[in-house]
Design a protein around this ligand. Structure first.
Ligand code: NAD
Ligand code: DAU
Length: 358
């Protein structure tokens, strides 16, 4: 048996592949387009591991997906592939519609066709797990209860609208065709391999480079932060024991305002890598123009996942953020590679004709 992971060279997908292979012997086919956000260096630890098969390609490439499903006799598809950055979706939404909406539709159709041809008993065990976000629920007022699975969808950005559309497609493919799907809606992740366009890795990178730490608006927007390996363990648990057709919210019970997150990161850096002049990194904070349509607060109620499947996060924000800052301090070569463009140049040469060079 084999699982097919899409987007497995991105931040969460690569953490998931590494985590999966640390817990299971079941092989992984990893299908990733290697956009700017995909990075094979994230998977260096499994380079040459016969359980990991990397394929560069698009989830919307029906022929390729169909071939992989048959060739590896896939028993579960985990769909991480997406355009994921809200600011990029505001600047240019087209790629978000192409991958998150149309790509997910094409993936669902390829999987449905493969699944329909399986023997009845194999069909029953098959799973399509769709990785989604808390942003589909929209924005909460300060005292409103956290999002549970019954919360209405009210996406506000091109990114969250495209993810909401993909969630609806996934639900419809279950309701109409009986495809055994699982959907997870997770809060903000952080941890190793986080691309330095997102708040936490951007702040670490800019702090060390002596650059301003940009805080949108008043910095009082609230996010619910989850260490990425806790997200991975939740997905493994949902895949193992979730009920087809159901949605599971995943969160860290760690609501924090952005400005407090940034001050926490600065304090850890002050401790581990003090500035030569002795001044705190917090002095680099710079309030900038707000993100258009910026959602004020997200919070996840992960009670269903705990009650029904016994999952709880292992990390608090304090333990997770210390690990994360330490990881970035000891992996400056990784940061340098993704920020300098050297990695992208390498990908373009390596995959010039669509296939890896020997
Ligand atoms: P990411 O941007 O770091 O990685 C996305 C990966 O998908 C990249 O490797 C990219 O190359 C690949 N990809 C993009 N388009 C593709 C396509 N058409 N075909 C194949 N591969 C493609 O994203 P992430 O932060 O790792 O997020 C992974 C998933 O989790 C996304 O679906 C996202 O919506 C969801 N999510 C993210 C967070 C978060 O905090 N980052 C929280 C909740 C949910
Ligand atoms: O909630 C889950 C979502 O979390 C995922 O679905 C998305 O894929 C992921 O990108 C993330 O979205 P956010 O927009 O919440 O993450 P980001 O790191 O971009 O921003 C976190 C908060 O920090 C948000 O309120 C905007 C703010 N911010 C962000 C950046 C990049 C700043 O104040 N300054 C910045 O420079």
């Amino acid at each position: 048996m084999t699982i097919l992971v899409t987007g497995g060279a991105g931040f969460i997908g690569s953490n998931f592949v590494l985590d999966w292979l640390a817990h299971h012997n079941e092989p992984v086919v990893n299908l990733d387009k290697l956009t700017y956000a995909g990075n094979l260096n994230n998977l260096a630890a499994v380079h040459g591991d016969p359980r990991h098969h990397f394929v560069r390609g698009d989830i919307g490439d029906t022929n390729l997906v169909t071939r992989l499903l048959h060739e590896y006799q896939v028993r579960a598809v985990l769909n991480f592939a997406a355009e994921s950055h809200v600011d990029r979706s505001i600047a240019g939404p087209a790629a978000f519609i192409d991958t998150n909406v149309v790509g997910t539709f094409q993936l669902l159709e390829a999987v449905r066709s493969y699944w329909s041809g399986l023997a009845i008993e194999v069909q029953a065990g098959f799973r399509f797990l769709h990785v989604s976000t808390d942003e589909v629920y929209g924005s909460l007022t300060p005292d409103a209860p956290a999002f549970d699975e019954q919360h209405c969808y009210a996406p506000n950005s091109p990114y969250s609208a495209s993810k909401a559309a993909s969630d609806h497609l996934v639900h419809a493919w279950h309701h109409t065709y009986g495809l055994p799907v699982l959907t997870t809606n997770c809060s903000n992740n952080y941890g190793p391999f986080h691309f330095p366009e997102k708040l936490i890795p951007l702040v670490i990178h800019n702090a060390l480079a002596g650059k301003p730490l940009p805080i949108y608006g008043d910095g009082r927007q609230v996010r619910d932060w989850l260490y990425v390996l806790d997200h991975c363990s939740a997905i493994r648990r949902v895949l193992e024991a979730g009920t087809p057709g159901e949605t599971y919210n995943i969160g860290g019970c760690n609501e924090m305002a952005n400005i407090d997150v940034v001050h926490t990161v600065c304090a850890i850096l002050d401790e581990l890598r003090p500035r030569p002049d002795g001044v705190t990194y917090a002095a680099q904070v710079s309030f900038v123009k707000d993100r258009p349509g910026h959602d004020r607060r997200y919070a996840i109620d992960a009670g269903k996942l705990e009650r029904e499947l016994g999952w709880r996060p292992q990390e608090t924000f304090q333990t997770g953020i210390c690990k994360t800052v330490e990881w970035f301090l000891t992996h400056q070569d990784w940061v340098e590679d993704v920020t300098s463009g050297a990695y992208r140049d390498w990908v373009e040469k390596q995959y010039a004709d669509g296939h890896p060079r020997p």
